[in-house]
Design a binder for this molecule. Structure first.
Ligand SMILES: [Zn+2]
Length: 123
């Protein structure tokens, strides 16, 4: 299985999700991940990165992720926070690695660190 590690700015059009700027602007900020294979965009928002996941993004399933974890073990770190999902267009497995930064007690903003992509073998 091929696993690519990519700079997040090559794939995501917003690299920081910060509730303080959302509050100041009275708006929910969205970012879009663009799939390199099929160009389909997946919408991201701050709650997708919150630890009490209320994400609307369909999570990649366990069996796939077990294989994914083995492939990326040398490229990733156990303590990283990550969001795993399938591209809705082509089922590319995507992991967005991000940093949680606490700016007040229990309040976080999220900084995108890298993107890992795994092309599953076609069945
Ligand atoms: Zn795709």
């Amino acid at each position: 299985m091929e696993c690519e590690s990519t700079n997040p700015s090559d794939r995501i059009d917003r690299l920081v999700f910060d509730p303080r700027t959302e509050l100041a602007e009275h708006a929910t900020h969205f970012g879009f991940y663009t799939c390199p294979k099929c160009q389909v965009k997946t919408r991201l928002q701050r709650t997708d990165f919150a630890t009490n996941l209320t994400s609307k993004i369909s999570p990649a399933d366990r069996t796939v992720l077990d294989g994914f974890y083995q492939v990326i073990a040398s490229k990733s770190h156990l303590l990283e926070s990550s969001l795993d999902f399938y591209c809705p267009g082509c089922r590319l497995v995507v992991r967005i690695v991000y940093e949680c930064v606490e700016f007040a007690m229990g309040s976080y903003y999220y900084v995108m660190q890298k993107v890992l992509e795994l092309q599953l073998p076609t069945v």
